[in-house]
Every structure is written in C-alpha cells, then in structure tokens.
Design a protein around this ligand. Structure first.
Ligand SMILES: NC(=O)c1ccc[n+]([C@@H]2O[C@H](COP(=O)([O-])OP(=O)(O)OC[C@H]3O[C@@H](n4cnc5c(N)ncnc54)[C@H](O)[C@@H]3O)[C@@H](O)[C@H]2O)c1
Length: 356
C-alpha cells in the first residue's frame, strides 16, 4: 500500500504533538519534508520521532514548490496559516491546519473558499474531538442513558503561551479565548452541528487591563455564555491565570444524569517527589511534592487520534468528521470574533444566519 507523503511546515511545539501521531503510523505515512527557518529544530524533531529520508527546508515557499507530497501539515504561527495554506492548496495539496484557522475571519473564509474552488481538503486540527475521555463522554451522551444535555460548562486554561507570536494580536488574532477557548468553542459547536442561537461575553480586555499578563495585547481571561438552537446552554471559558498546569475540563448536565471529565489531572499515577520529576503535565511550573504525571499525554489530549483520522481521510480523499473540517474552523473563528465583539461592546448577539 502506498504511504501518504507528508510535508511538515513548522518544527516546534505543535509539530511535536503531530509528530507523535505520525510516529505511531509509519506503516501508512512517510514524512518526506520538514520546514522551519530554525534548521536545528528540524533535526531535533526528526531524531525524537525516528523520521528518516526527509528533506529539510528553511523556506516554506521552496518547500511547497519542491517537495513531492500529498498533505501539507501547517504547524506555523497563526498569522502564517493563511499564506501557507493558500500556497499549498494551489500547489495541489490537501492541508492540515492548526488552530485557529487564521487570525481573521476574512482570511479563514478565503482558505475555505479556495479549498472549495480547487477541490482540496482542509483538515482543521481540533484535538479535543479526539481526546479519548471526551469521546467516551459523548458516547455516553449519545447512548441516551443520561438524558438530553441541558447545560455544558467547558474550559481550557493555563499560565500563558510560550510562543512570542502569542503576545501581539496582529500575529495571533487575540488572547486566551482564541488560543485556548478555541477548543471548548469548537467542541460545543461540533456537538450542536454549529447551530448556536445567541451569545454574550466578557473578557479582561488585554494589555494593562489584564490580571497577570499586562505585556500581552490580548486578554488573559475570557468567558462566554451561549445558547443553542435546541435550547442547550453553555458556559465556555479560557484563561491564562491558572497556575499548576493546564486544565481541560468538561461538565455536561443532562435531564437524567451528568458527565464530568477532567482531562489533565485525572491520571491513575500519583507521585510524591522531594527533588521533583523531569516532567508531570503540560505547563506545570514545578514538579516537586505530590503530582499526577500524565500517562501518554499527547494520546490522551487527542493529538494522535486526530492525526490518524486526518491521514485516513486524506488517503480516502474525503472530508474530516464534523468539527474537524475547514468550515468548522471558520465557524469557530466567527464565534470567537463575536465573543470579542460582545465583550467589547457589552452587547448580546443573536445568530442571524440561524434565523434566516
Ligand atoms: N492544538 C494545540 O493544542 C496547540 C498547541 C500549541 C500550538 N498550537 C498551534 O500551533 C501553531 C504553531 O505554534 P507553536 O507553538 O508550535 O510554535 P510557534 O508559533 O512558536 O512557531 C512555530 C515554528 O515556526 C517557525 N517559523 C516561524 N516563522 C517562520 C517562517 N516564516 N518560515 C519558516 N519557519 C517559520 C519557527 O521557527 C517555529 O519553530 C499555532 O497556530 C498554535 O496556535 C496548537
């Protein structure tokens, strides 16, 4: 069977998350190219995951023009997603694009329109939809054994982004809502087939108004209330004021039961260490004392399942499941921009597109 040829663009944090997924399916995938202007990162990444026989590029225009591949995986700063995506699709490739789809709705719309025009697929990398514990929660909801969902509360939070590009709105599109809130927003939209009916929101405002990250242009706290066409309510939250490691939490209250998932702190391993461990969970500042070290963290956060799904879809020439298509990334970005609009203007927003 022919292997799917992948060109990875970006060799930093998210490329590592994706590479873990590829490394588990090297019978189906060949990493034929890796591009990053920092060449040492390429070598480190390839060595970490055992990739061989790839070409290293330090320029993405050259990589897209020269690398013979089927799928371009975009693990670049947010403001470059659009440029890389348009060039890759024009070169005849399907793409995986990290979240958010772009920094502006206009760019995201252009990506989706270009994919439609050229008959290419955009695989939108929303890992929450492949986290095994979240999938189990949805399986239980879909079984009907806890009744109809009435209210969902979901959040992602940690102490702040490591990326220098995350400090400036021009480069990233916003603050913690676009970086972290993108996951609960996408999850909820996928659960309800994008049929939201109204929303209202508040944020810390960014810059000197922030609680902790005053040097950052975007907000360090954001919360949104949404209502969906079937009457379900949701509270979706993101913040950069969480110490102690990344929190991914989902609570679903239903007519005849409830489901609670704590993705990042519910592991089976408990450790007490006086000198501290090498690593416990993503973004934990210290590792001394009691901890719950993550077991196969990238798998349990959904990255491996997501990459496996995209490889299978790309090989079959089909779209991804609901929530992981380019148009879902676009709808998520539209909702996040409306969350920002509501917070800035103090307005309650109705979804005219749904009523039309
Ligand atoms: N799904 C998730 O949980 C998750 C987690 C982290 C990051 N991300 C997303 O992944 C994307 C990348 O973020 P990151 O944290 O991996 O890294 P990053 O934003 O720090 O940079 C990625 C890499 O791109 C390279 N680069 C930048 N400009 C370049 C250029 N013009 N040409 C060639 N290389 C260039 C840099 O050298 C760096 O190695 C972002 O869109 C981010 O939102 C997603």
């Amino acid at each position: 069977m022919e292997k799917l040829r992948v060109l990875l663009i970006g060799a930093a944090f998210s490329a590592d998350l994706h590479s873990d997924g590829y490394s588990r399916m090297l019978d189906k995938v060949q990493i034929v190219g890796i591009c990053d202007r920092n060449l040492s990162r390429i070598e480190e990444l390839a060595n970490r995951y055992g990739f061989t026989g790839y070409t290293a590029y330090d320029d993405y225009d050259k990589a897209i023009a020269e690398c013979q591949c089927d799928l371009v995986d975009i693990c670049m700063p947010n403001f470059l997603h659009h440029d890389v995506a348009i060039k890759a699709m024009n070169a005849g490739r399907d793409i995986i694009c990290e979240k958010p789809l772009a920094t502006t709705v206009e760019d995201a719309q252009d990506m989706v329109d270009t994919a439609d025009k050229l008959g290419k697929h955009i695989y939108y990398a929303e890992d929450w939809l492949f986290a095994p514990a979240f999938r189990k929660a949805m399986e239980i909801i879909n079984s009907g054994k806890v009744g109809k969902p009435l209210y969902v509360r979901a959040r992602e939070s940690h102490c702040g982004s490591h990326s220098p590009f995350a400090q400036t709105i021009k480069y990233c599109g916003g603050g913690c809502m676009v970086h972290l809130g993108v996951h609960p927003v996408s999850f909820m939209l996928a659960m309800k087939d994008n049929k939201w009916s109204e929303l209202t929101a508040m944020t810390s405002g960014g810059g000197e108004n922030n609680m902790v990250h005053q040097q950052m242009e975007g907000e360090d706290w954001a919360g949104a209330f949404l209502r969906f066409a079937d009457g379900t309510y949701a509270t979706l939250e993101a913040n950069y004021v969480t110490v102690g490691g990344m929190e991914d939490v989902l609570d679903i209250y239903c007519e005849e039961g409830c489901v609670h998932v704590d993705l990042s702190f519910s592991g089976p391993v408990k450790v007490f260490s006086i000198p501290g461990l090498d690593y416990t969970v993503e973004k934990a500042e210290i590792t001394t004392g009691w901890s719950t070290p993550a077991v196969d963290e990238k798998y349990n956060l959904g990255y491996c399942g997501e990459i496996n799904h995209f490889v299978e879809c790309c090989k079959a020439g089909v779209d991804a499941q609901v929530g992981l298509r380019g148009k879902d990334g676009l709808e998520t970005l539209k909702v996040i921009n409306l969350i920002y609009k509501s917070a800035k203007e103090g307005t309650h927003i109705k979804n005219d597109a749904l009523e039309a």
